[in-house]
Every structure is written in structure tokens, then in C-alpha cells.
Design a protein around this ligand. Sequence first.
Ligand SMILES: O=C(O)C(=O)CO
Length: 361
Amino acid sequence: MAIKSQLLLSLLVLALSITCNNASFVRRGKNHTQTMSTGKAYKVLITHPEVPQEGIDLLKENCELIQVQSLPTNRAELLQKIRGVDGVLWGGHEALNAEVLDAAGPQLKSISTMSAGIDYVDVPEVKKRKIPLGHTPTVLNTAVADLAVGLLIAAGRRFHEGRRKIETDNWENYHLNWMLGQDIRDSIVGFYGFGGIGQAIAKRLSGFDIDQVLYTTRRRVHKEIEQELNAKKVDFDTLLAQSDFVVIASPLTADTQGVFNTTAFNKMKETAVLVNIGRGKIVNQDDLYEALKSNKIFAAGLDVTDPEPLSAKDKLLSLDNVVVLPHIGSATKRTRAEMATIAAHNVLRGLVGEPMLSPAY
Ligand SMILES: O=C(O)C(=O)CO
């Protein structure tokens, strides 16, 4: 499934690049078409200095590009450069809200983020102004899924604690029951959120001879996917009670915020491992700290935290049984290039009033 969908996606990207390169990128005025003094039809802001060249090359054929140079993003520079642009490729995770939309002006007609999650976007504000909004799911599924499997193994098999044992001269493998971890073989893996990323993780885990996949989502996934992944939809309490590994692969919304709290941890197995590659705020981090410290659950592997960046002094980092990464799920060169490519196509399509490749709403 994953290979097929990657292939399809590559074909789609190729097809789109042909369409977009041939499209007539003339500015659509009320009665006339016009181009700018630069000869380019549209002005597009790229809000990050490190957006991969693949995306920039696509845009620059038909658009005059302006780019934010500061890093971390200087809000004043962003607000000044966004004035009067037709499109925006939103490269970072800064708040995209009424302030920036007001600064841009009413001519703004196309925005795409370079991320799957859009919790930093005030979507109702964008919608209210009828501006098409794109994002970049799918292309990062494999990179995030690979990392999630890594976290699941690292937390379940105590990688971080093991490293600490060495660093503190406490290597005690003369004990037969030293550093024993959790088996993935024959385990039940529960997914909170089971879209493309969750399914890509389950697909990878099928190679580890797991017993069963459970998932909690609002809507049931297709029967064929359930069959292929040996997956069964269950309610949240069942997911918590039965899973040996619980993987959070859901977006952050008003409904998902803080759902993993003490009440939830108390319903999990004491041997359970929690993995979060969704968003930090889905977990109440103080409650997670208590659950890990008191061994209410076995371990956690987190690529996302609350806040980000997490302070080096955060109490979570004092624990042996948590593996924490600095939100690097999609951080591979190829994935970043593909994200920039999809985001650029989204922007170009929005500019000419065509449906975006991956619309956010
Ligand atoms: O694109 C996103 O939303 C991510 O968090 C990638 O890890």
C-alpha cells in the first residue's frame, strides 16, 4: 500500500508539474489579464529562508518571489514583506492568523503551509476571507512512520536508560533480569488517530509479527485497510485498556487537546509504552511525567512536546523511561524537498483558482 501510494504520488507530482509549467499564469483581473512590471504574474512570499530549492524553482517560473530572511522568523519582517502579495508559502510553524492576513491585504488568494499539521493556523480566519489553504500531508507519512517505529523500539527497549547506565558506570549485565524491555512480537498496538501516518506505522509494524492493531478515530477506515493491517476500530477506553503500545498519530484539535491525562494513563497497562508523533498538547505533560515517574505506564517515546522547544531543564528529561526527540519526524532531505514541492503546487493552483493538490479544508 505504502509503495503504491508513493508511486501514485510521484506520478501526480510529475503530472502537476507539467500542468503548472504549461498553465497560463496571467493575473486574472476583472476585465483584463495583466502581468507585473517584473513580467511575472503573481507576487509570492516565502516565509522561511530555508525552503528547499525544489519548491522555489517551481514558483519562480511564474511568480515574483519575496523571502523572509530572518531565522527564527522576525515577525516585523514577515508583516512588512507580506504586504500586497498574492500568494504565500508558509515555511515555518509561526502563528498564521488575522494579524498576518490583515497585513497581507485583500488581494491574497493562495496560501500553503509546508506541514501536515496546521494547528498554528487560524483556519476560521483564513476561511472567512475565502482564501484557499493547502498543506502537505502524505509526503511525510513514511519519514514520520519510520521515526515512530524507532521511538516505539527505543522506549520499549530502554535505549535512553541503557545509555545512561553506561555513562554512569552502571553496566550490570551480570543480572539476568537487567534492563528487560517490552516485546513487540505478539503485541497489541493501539492508534489514537489512524490516517495516513498511523497506517504507515501499522504497515511497518506488521513486519514485527504483532498480534493486532486497534484504532480510535471518528470515522472507520476502509474495510480493505482494516483487513490489510489487521485493524479494528474500538472506543478510547478499550484502546487504552488493551494496547501494549499506544501510538498518538492524530492532529491537535479542540477535541484531542489534553486527552492523554491521568485518567487515561490510569486505564493503560503498567507495561504499556506511549508513543507520540502527533502534537505535544494532545498529552497533558505534567500527568505524563507523574505516570512515568510512578511507573503507572512503562515508558514513552515522544517526537513532540509541550512546549516546543522543550527546555533543557524540563522535568521530563530527568526520567530514565522517556525518549524525547526535538520534533524531527519529517526531517529528511527528500521529505523536505517533497513538502516544498507540494506546497509550491498548492500555491500555484490557488493563484489560478484551481483546486489545490492537498487542500486543508
Ligand atoms: O508536518 C507536520 O505537521 C509535522 O509535524 C512533521 O513532523
